[in-house]
Structures are given as C-alpha cells and as structure tokens.
Design a protein around this ligand. Structure first.
Ligand code: SF4
Ligand code: SF4
Ligand code: SF4
Length: 105
C-alpha cells in the first residue's frame, strides 16, 4: 500500500505563512481555523528565530485514534488519518493525546 507524505525542511522555513494561506484556500478552511500552523521559536541567547510548520502528521500508529471513545478517527487507504465529524462528541481526548497538538475544534 502506498503512503503519501509531505517532506518539510525546517532549516529552510522563513515563516512566510504562504503554505498556511494555500492550505486555507485549497481546503476552504473556515475563518479562525488553521489546519496548517506556523510556529515561531526565539532563541534570545543565540539571537536566532526559527519557524516550523505544524499540522496533522498522519501518524502510522495514531495516538489520537487509540483514545477516541467515539471511534470517530480512522486510517484511510493511503495512511491518512480521518475524523468522522458526525461521530465526534467533542471530548478533546485526541488533542490531549496528540504529541503535535494537531486536532482542531
Ligand atoms: S512558512 Fe510555509 S511556505 Fe513559508 S517558508 Fe515555511 S514552509 Fe515554506
Ligand atoms: S492528530 Fe496527532 S496523533 Fe493523530 S495522526 Fe495527527 S499528528 Fe498523529
Ligand atoms: S474530540 Fe472527537 S475525535 Fe477527538 S477523541 Fe473526542 S470524539 Fe474522538
């Protein structure tokens, strides 16, 4: 089975947020919601600012899926992690379990 992915080079990210805008446009994401987030880390001592993008990593063994009491999270045929909004009860256990803080509400 093929497994899709996005390769992101954190050393080259300048935090321009073009990927965030493209994601909103492509997926018609509602106002106030960011599926693709850009994080900024300041290292004051070294006078360095780093940026990196964060979104769902579509983990091979998703922590979010294991804890979902409503069985609303599943794996698709190409490794994608899917959420059935009709089954979700909004308990936010997936957010607590996700190491990337990816789930949005
Ligand atoms: S914010 Fe997104 S589009 Fe801009 S440099 Fe970083 S990864 Fe590329
Ligand atoms: S929500 Fe978090 S734990 Fe679940 S697949 Fe995405 S990155 Fe992995
Ligand atoms: S918020 Fe929804 S998707 Fe997340 S664990 Fe609860 S029921 Fe499952």
């Amino acid at each position: 089975m093929s497994r899709y992915g996005i390769i992101f080079n954190v050393d080259r990210c300048i935090g321009c947020e073009a990927c965030f805008v493209a994601c909103k446009e492509e997926n018609k994401v509602a106002p106030g919601i960011q599926w693709n987030k850009i994080r900024r880390i300041e290292n004051v001592g070294k006078r360095v600012i780093n940026y990196y993008r964060v979104s769902c990593q579509h983990c091979e063994d998703p922590a979010c899926m294991k804890v979902c009491p409503a069985k609303a999270i599943s794996k698709g045929p190409h490794g994608e992690v899917l959420v059935d909004h009709k089954k979700c009860i909004g308990c936010r256990m997936c957010l607590a379990a996700c190491p990337y803080g990816a789930p949005l509400f």
